[in-house]
Design a protein around this ligand. Structure first.
Ligand SMILES: C[S@@+](CC[C@H](N)C(=O)[O-])C[C@H]1O[C@@H](n2cnc3c(N)ncnc32)[C@H](O)[C@@H]1O
Length: 188
């Protein structure tokens, strides 16, 4: 399974995926708490851990225990002790209430069943000023892998579902070539 975790990381860190611009957009602050849902090989959670520093905390959340083990080992190698791994099932996620400044989800929403309900449950985990950042594949060309296998959720659907779940669209970014990138806050 390591090869898959490494493959996710190669793709995530590729300049074409614009990881630095993604980090810049998120404008993380020292001491923040972040959950990366669908953490994969851990490329982003480890970057987040560096950005939030030792007073911050990063929860790397995944359904796959082998990816989480890979992330734990990588964090140890890098001397990062502010990364916690969280094993979840497809539709449940338990983290302390009102604890998170940011939930980050990259290329994972297409895996989640009953998204409105799922997004709705995440509200309890966010601090009042907390945000959810979603990067998700656009539909792609007729013969693209993501279109043929349904590995995408159109941007409009994400915005509609997030609105139904109780969030307001804050930023709608279009600098990624294959994905939409939207950031939401809680509706007040
Ligand atoms: C395509 S990978 C993306 C990995 C990483 N976010 C990235 O951008 O490199 C999707 C990840 O989501 C995880 N996953 C799938 N369904 C999930 C769920 N319901 N909750 C949490 N993680 C999930 C998979 O195990 C996998 O690690």
């Amino acid at each position: 399974m390591n090869f898959k975790a490494k493959m996710f990381n190669r793709k995530a860190s590729d300049p074409k995926s614009k990881p630095d611009q993604i980090l810049e957009t998120l404008a993380l602050q020292a001491g923040q708490n972040i959950a990366d849902i669908g953490a994969g090989g851990g490329y982003f959670p480890l970057r987040f851990a560096e950005a939030v520093g030792e007073k911050g905390r990063v929860f790397a959340v995944d359904t796959n225990p082998e990816f989480l083990e890979f992330i734990r080992d990588s964090a140890k190698e890098k001397g990062l002790d502010n990364v916690e791994t969280v094993l979840v099932t497809e539709d449940s996620l338990t983290l302390p209430e009102k604890s998170l400044d940011l939930v980050f989800m990259r290329n994972v929403t297409h895996h989640i069943p009953n998204r409105v309900e799922y997004f709705g449950k995440l509200k309890a985990l966010l601090k009042p000023e907390g945000r959810i950042a979603i990067i998700e594949y656009r539909r792609g060309g007729r013969f693209s892998f993501r279109r043929m296998f349904g590995h995408y959720v159109p941007r409009e659907i994400i915005i509609e579902e997030m609105s139904k779940a109780g969030y307001r669209l804050e930023e709608d970014l279009d600098f990624l070539s294959e994905q939409s990138f939207t950031i939401f806050s809680l509706k007040v």
